[in-house]
Write a protein that binds this ligand. Structure first.
Ligand code: IDP
Ligand code: MG
Length: 149
């Protein structure tokens, strides 16, 4: 069972798209394990995006992600990483497929609305950066047998 960290980035919050974005993961069948509305500190942003340090867009990326509140979520399930990435669409919204979050709502790589972990290991790391284990909820979903074989 995989876990992915999904963020509704500040542009998604400011544009009133929290519900729209959450609903896409929810309707797809991913299972919510944790959720918080918060503003990222520069320190947290630098940890979260540490892998991009030194790239030309890094400073702008840290400014963007700390520029307003975000919604941080942990979603789980078999193949949660790949399913969430497909639901998000390509990093650059202009080449993201219609029907994806970025393809339906975005126009700029630096305003691409949503973050999702890119590997199982990063899912574990990123979820633990935003959530203490006791903030994650294990629950039975009554529809699971209609979503999962
Ligand atoms: P991802 O969010 O699809 O995983 P990454 O390559 O991990 O994409 O990049 C992290 C974030 O950095 C992107 O979501 C985007 O906001 C920003 N970013 C990536 N490449 C560029 C770029 O070339 N210019 C501006 N921002 C970028
Ligand atoms: Mg990434």
């Amino acid at each position: 069972m995989e876990r992915t960290l999904i963020l509704v980035k500040p542009d998604g919050v400011q544009r009133g798209l929290i519900g729209e974005i959450v609903s896409r993961f929810e309707r797809r069948g991913l299972k919510l394990a944790g959720m918080k509305f918060m503003q990222m500190s520069r320190e947290l942003a630098e940890q979260h995006y540490g892998i991009h340090k030194g790239r030309p867009f890094y400073d702008a990326l840290v400014d963007y992600i700390t520029s307003g509140p975000i919604v941080a979520m942990a979603w789980e399930g078999k193949e949660a990483i790949a399913a969430a990435r497909a639901t998000m669409g390509a990093t650059n919204p202009v080449s993201a497929a219609p029907g994806t979050i970025r393809g339906d709502f975005g126009m700029e790589i630096g305003r691409n609305l949503v973050h999702g972990s890119d590997s199982v290991e990063n899912g574990v790391k990123e979820v633990s950066l935003f959530f203490k284990e006791e903030e994650l909820v294990a629950w039975d979903r009554v529809t699971d047998s209609w979503i999962r074989e």
